[in-house]
Design a protein around this ligand. Structure first.
Ligand code: CA
Ligand code: CA
Ligand code: CA
Ligand code: CA
Length: 408
């Protein structure tokens, strides 16, 4: 009798822990968009140094864009005299820049500055480049709309970086008709060189220097700087799915490395879809041992599938980076009543008859809210245990009374 009760109680009350098992899954699909995938999902099913590669794509090709930076101040003014416009006709307050900030270009003789000295120099400070900053500058150009007045002067159109560094001089000979004269620098002309940065551009001036010997010789009506830049945005999303997932308490594994300046996040999908970040900087520049992360598996199974994505963290960077993936894996615990469940508590271990072979109870319980299912299952199991125990006791009592039988 006692042995029977113990066996029955083990079967009814405590099957969950005894039947817990780990389900190891390999990816079912690997897709990349935007971006370029080299290799296939088969390459990331095993940690074997056979890898799939994911390269960022340039999703916003804003190439050869220009920004016109108009004058806002003047410095180093030597013998450039303003004419015609009262707003720019006071040389003492260095307001010459107001004669050459024409917008649209140009107002001709309506507001001008005229060089009168032998080595007349002027530097116009200009508007800041106020973004976007995720760009690569192709060049910076100083320009001036000018004409000669009398004889044959020459002049230099020059970018100045700060008020001390003069970039390459471009010496030109203006005609009697207004025209645009310019000087472009593809690389920063100050220390270190390289592509211009917005900070260097913001420290730059549009400079002009008259080289004539004497007399009012050059008239300028507009001047400034023009920055040309490319705004590329390199992005990628690698989507990885696992199918046939049953269980909870999930742990995701990954092994790979990144090449370039970009870092990558690993996210899991929940309904919405909402992407929850599991790891925000998940890959080093060298591939080490596999990394892993346990995560909240609630509501992550959708039609039997758990979906992850690996996404770059800087969606506007101008440099292409790549990701090398050797392995991605998922493990879950396939235990009945597991509250860490992928998609909520599972109904029971696969293949096991729930509730002593009474599957209709399972169907009924699945209609309850998830938070009530575990408690309800325990209550049902308890009642079944009591029912069976009573049946055994009653059965034994009936058997004993029959053995005694009627007296002869
Ligand atoms: Ca960009
Ligand atoms: Ca003007
Ligand atoms: Ca990026
Ligand atoms: Ca591999």
């Amino acid at each position: 009798m006692a042995l029977t009760l113990v066996l029955v109680s083990l079967f009814v009350i405590v099957p969950d822990a005894a039947q817990a098992a780990t389900q190891e899954l390999t990816p079912a699909t690997l897709t990349v968009s935007p971006g370029t995938l080299t290799g296939s999902v088969a390459d990331i099913r095993v940690s074997d140094n056979v890898r799939a590669s994911v390269a960022e794509a340039d999703v916003t090709a804003g190439l050869d864009l220009t920004r016109w930076l108009k004058p806002t101040s003047a410095s180093g003014v030597i013998s450039w005299t303003p004419y015609n416009d009262p707003t720019c006709s006071d040389p003492d307050d260095l307001s010459q820049w107001r004669c050459v900030d024409d917008d649209p270009l140009t107002d001709g003789n309506s507001s001008i500055v005229v060089a009168t000295g032998t080595t007349a120099l002027v530097r116009f400070g200009v508007q800041d480049f106020s973004g976007p900053y995720d760009v690569t500058f192709d060049s910076l150009t100083a320009f001036a709309w000018g004409r000669r007045n009398t004889t044959d002067p020459t002049w230099d159109i020059t970018i100045w970086w700060s008020s001390t560094q003069e970039c390459n001089r471009v010496t030109q000979a203006p005609t009697p008709v207004f025209a645009n004269y310019s000087s472009a620098e593809t690389a920063f002309c100050g220390p270190g060189g390289g592509a211009w940065t917005s900070a260097q551009i913001n420290d730059s001036f549009a400079g002009m220097r008259r080289q004539a010997a004497s007399g009012p010789a050059i008239t300028v009506t507009a001047a400034g700087l023009v920055a040309q830049y490319d705004d590329r945005d390199y992005q990628t999303v690698a989507t990885i799915t696992f199918t046939g997932v049953e269980g909870g308490s999930p742990t995701v594994f990954w092994e790979g490395s990144r090449v370039g300046t970009e870092t990558f996040s690993l996210q899991v999908q929940r309904p919405g879809p909402v992407w929850d970040t599991i790891c925000s900087d998940c890959f080093e520049t060298t591939e080490g041992t596999a990394a892993q992360a346990a995560f909240d598996g609630s509501n992550t199974i959708i039609d039997g599938t758990v979906t992850f994505r690996i996404i770059d963290n800087d969606l506007s960077d101008d440099v292409q980076s790549t990701l090398s993936l050797d392995w991605v894996g998922l493990s879950v615990i396939t235990a009945a009543g597991d509250t860490g469940g992928v998609g909520g508590p599972p109904a029971g271990p696969p293949g096991q008859p729930p509730f002593l072979g009474l599957p209709f109870l399972d169907d009924l319980l699945e209609k309850l809210p998830e938070e009530l299912q575990v408690a309800s299952r325990a209550a049902c199991n308890l009642w079944l245990f009591v029912f069976l125990a009573l049946a055994i006791v009653v059965g034994l009592a009936i058997r004993r009374s029959k053995r005694k039988g009627p007296s002869p």
